[in-house]
Design a binder for this molecule. Structure first.
Ligand SMILES: [Zn+2]
Length: 230
């Protein structure tokens, strides 16, 4: 993938994606992190692509500007959960409840961020434990424990003591991305490196892993802009 920069204030980075199936030029702004992708049909030139992006520059800037600042959860805000956007609303009763695409959060507004973070961590623990158990059983090895953190530098790790660590923000990513990270870390129980043997093992456990790795590269940082104030 190539990219181009639209000059202006602010400059907008546009990723170019060549497609043999696309019939026309089309622009897409990721809901998750504001990343802009321009799909370019095989027969369109780079010049045409740039012209098209320039024409849409104002529209693009309007969409992209929403993604510059960190997002603090308030009622009405949308955030990703298992790859889908869910909206935060006030709730009644005691429990945080997800109904369709709305997360109902009871309690004082100033506790909203903390309660949403708790909901994400709780579900991250359930999903990551389940996925780790699944891949560990496939591999025929076990891990000593699982811990969740909020790490920016990595999505997971596996120590020589066979302890697995994951970022709880993975619960915001599509399920197959979370599964991939679990398979990756579990594979380290056998191969403590990133050798060919390691990647062959990941493929054996998880299957083809290019798509979830690309997703993390392209959208991973977008998961960090939500500030829960814990
Ligand atoms: Zn690794």
């Amino acid at each position: 993938m190539n990219k181009l920069i639209l000059e202006g204030d602010p400059p907008v980075e546009v990723l170019l994606r060549r497609s043999s199936r696309a019939k026309k030029l089309s622009l897409r702004v990721s809901q998750l992190d504001g990343r802009v992708t321009l799909t370019v049909p095989r027969y369109a030139s780079e010049r045409e692509a740039l012209g098209f992006a320039r024409e849409k520059a104002a529209w693009l800037r309007g969409h992209v500007s929403r993604f510059e600042a960190d997002i603090v959860p308030t009622y009405g805000v949308e955030l990703p959960y298992e790859g889908q956007m869910i909206r935060l609303e006030a709730g009644t009763g005691r429990k945080v409840l997800l109904v369709n695409d709305v997360l109902h959060v009871p309690g004082a507004p100033e506790r909203l961020g903390a309660r949403v973070a708790a909901f994400l961590k709780e579900n991250a623990r359930v999903r990551l434990t389940g996925a780790s158990d699944h891949y560990a059983a496939l591999l025929g090895r076990d891990f000593s424990r699982i811990s969740l953190r909020d790490t920016r530098s990595r999505w997971g790790s596996c120590s020589s003591e066979r302890a697995l660590m994951y970022s709880w923000r993975l619960i915001m990513a599509p399920p197959e991305v979370l599964d991939y990270v679990a398979a990756h870390e579990v594979a380290h129980l056998q191969e403590m490196n990133h050798s060919r043997a390691f990647w062959a093992l990941v493929e054996q456990l998880y299957g083809a892993h290019a798509a979830p790795r690309r997703w993390l590269r392209e959208h991973g940082t977008g998961l960090h802009k939500f500030r829960f104030g814990n």
